[in-house]
Design a protein around this ligand. Structure first.
Ligand code: MG
Length: 258
């Protein structure tokens, strides 16, 4: 092999390795399938069964200090809307998910997650009314993850800058991403976060943020990408992770590029 061929081969190889395929994160677990429901334990186990890179889940702190799984800020019980963060766990427990499971605690979710073989758990801290409540939730959940020795299999995301700061303070090695879309990669880097996790419209408006992130050593995740057109656009942008309600479609579209 002469020198020119060698250099060409090395350049080709470095291109192949720099353009690695996207990883898939099942948004609220893999829930668009029989027997599943958003943020259910079944959705987590099904995300594991399809070998998603990650299974995302949303969490809150009940009024009496129990970390619980739910997406919305409120639940409707007996026709009444109750704010999750202002309701005791015993009341929240009466809520049933669409697949019949009771509203899970984070503890139960982690118990189930310990049995997963493939997926990581992507925990979204929902923003609360006070910093004190947020700090309590972050501390409790990170302690639970560490007690179980799961710290290499859990990542964190939040719209709340306080949560991002708390994760960095409590576990400097934990991957944590910011969701709100309003901060440049340079600012995210200076905060010590792992990367950006922005809505696909934010990345369409600021496509240069993908390369800027990569140049800074940050990762790029994007939510919640469900249509063929949008998934293809995000693959073209060379993001690292795609968070989606359609993990199988996303996998198919990623595999077409290989
Ligand atoms: Mg979420």
């Amino acid at each position: 092999m002469n020198q020119k061929t060698l250099i060409t081969s090395l350049l080709f190889l470095s291109f192949i390795f720099s353009a690695t395929a996207q990883e898939i994160i099942a948004h609220r677990g893999y829930w668009k399938t029989d027997g599943s429901a958003q943020n259910s334990i079944a959705a987590l186990m099904k995300a594991d069964a399809i070998k998603a890179y990650g299974s995302e889940v949303d969490i809150w702190l009940s009024s009496d200090g129990v970390p619980v799984v739910n997406h919305d800020a409120d639940v409707t019980l007996d026709g009444k809307k109750l704010l999750v963060q202002e309701t005791p766990f015993a009341t929240l427990r009466k809520m049933k998910l669409a697949n019949g499971e009771p509203l899970p605690t984070v503890e139960e979710y982690l118990d189930a997650f310990e049995k997963c073989k493939n997926t990581k758990l992507i925990i979204e801290f929902k923003t609360h009314r006070t910093k004190e409540r947020e700090d309590e939730l972050a501390q409790k959940v990170i302690d639970m993850v560490h007690e179980r020795g799961l710290q290499n299999r859990v990542e964190y995301i939040s719209f709340g800058i306080n949560f991002v700061a708390q994760v960095i303070k409590l576990d400097a090695n934990a991957p944590v991403y910011y969701l709100n879309g309003d901060l440049s990669p340079r600012v995210i880097k200076s905060m010590g976060a792992f990367g950006i996790d922005y809505h696909h419209n934010v990345l369409k408006k600021n496509p240069q943020w993908v390369k800027e992130s990569h140049d800074l050593g940050l990762k790029v995740n994007v939510w919640t990408v469900n249509s063929t057109e949008d998934i293809n656009k995000m693959i073209d942008l060379n993001v690292d992770f795609i968070t989606t309600d359609e993990p199988l479609l996303t996998e198919e579209l990623i595999n077409k590029r290989k």
